[in-house]
Ligand binder design. Sequence first.
Ligand code: NAD
Ligand code: TDX
Length: 349
Amino acid sequence: MKILVTGGAGFIGSNFIRTLLKETDSHSVINLDALTYAGNLENLSDLERDERYRFVKGDVRDGRLLEKLFSSRVDAVVNFAAESHVDRSIDNPAQFLDTNVGGTMKLLEASLKADVRVFLQVSTDEVYGSLGPTGRFTEDSPMRPNSPYAASKASADLLVRAWHKTYGLPAVITRSSNNYGPYQFPEKFIPLFVTNAIERKKLPLYGDGLNVRDWIHARDNCRAILLALEEGSPGEVYNIGGNEERTNLEVARSILDILEKPRDLIRLVEDRPGHDRRYALDSSKIEELGFEREFGFEDGLAATVKWYVKNKEWWKRIKSGEYAEYYKKMYGARLKGPDAGSRKKNGRS
Ligand code: NAD
Ligand code: TDX
């Protein structure tokens, strides 16, 4: 299949393109990416010369560009392109609605016109909202998003559903739990904590540190997305969980232990507003299609930490660029000490 992958220069998208080109020989890829702060062509430097791979710099909201791209045959679309960081969505919700809802809508229109064989929307467990200490979300759980990011992803999912029901677009949605692995932008929890720990900087743990996430290695998620693309039924949603629930405190301690750094680097800081307490997914539907995980969390985390130790140049370049300003604004006040709470809420200006 000729697959249009959007957002392929980001964390999961670049892992997906690598999975696709290294583990199959039946597909070719056009990677459409706007190269926002989160997009990085270095993530794909090993694939640049592969003749099945082509990069196009552009925005998924650009209807004319989409028309041009779809004017030669495209069999499938996999939509990763999004603003993806919850904290940023709290500061700038409009950007999230523009990209995540507006962008998906443009892609749906172009995909329908081009009569693609399958449209796969990459979504998230955050659309379901927050869980108490027990239970898991199934694909039939109601959507109760709590952050502007989650609301934008839920809205996009509803558009995908409508395009399937109303216009017959053969669309599939995957909703995965928290991903970790190589090439994740170091504003997200695991790479932020790993890179801070390597540099002996403080690890800013939100609230009481007892929020629970279910971690899946990005490569496992990518193999599941490929399976859903090839074998999924149109109109269906597939949860992709890791079955590896951990509190954030447990993950922070594991990272420090792997790196042999002191646990007193952890700092409890003011909580994220609307912070979801727990996510957990029932993944039996994708497992019925044949999905099996390759990574357990302990091995996957150790391998991931090793990758960040080996690839310091990759993340040091990012952390010293415009991201440095963001970090200062986000965490500067929070990490200063016990009086940080009396400063501006969340260290935001
Ligand atoms: P990321 O932020 O690392 O990458 C997003 C990519 O999209 C970047 O390369 C960026 O340049 C590109 N992009 C942004 N706006 C664009 C636009 N208007 N046009 C074209 N490209 C644009 O994100 P990620 O963590 O790799 O997440 C990828 C997808 O997976 C997102 O849709 C996200 O909602 C979803 N998801 C992520 C996780 C996770 O744990 N990271 C879990 C579940 C679902
Ligand atoms: O500095 C931090 N300190 C901290 O305690 C950061 C950045 C996060 N956290 C906590 C918040 C969460 O409970 O760690 C947990 C994970 O945080 P994030 O990495 O920001 O992920 P999360 O908010 O769970 O959302 C992620 O998973 C679902 C992705 O960013 C989304 O794109 C995906 O849809």
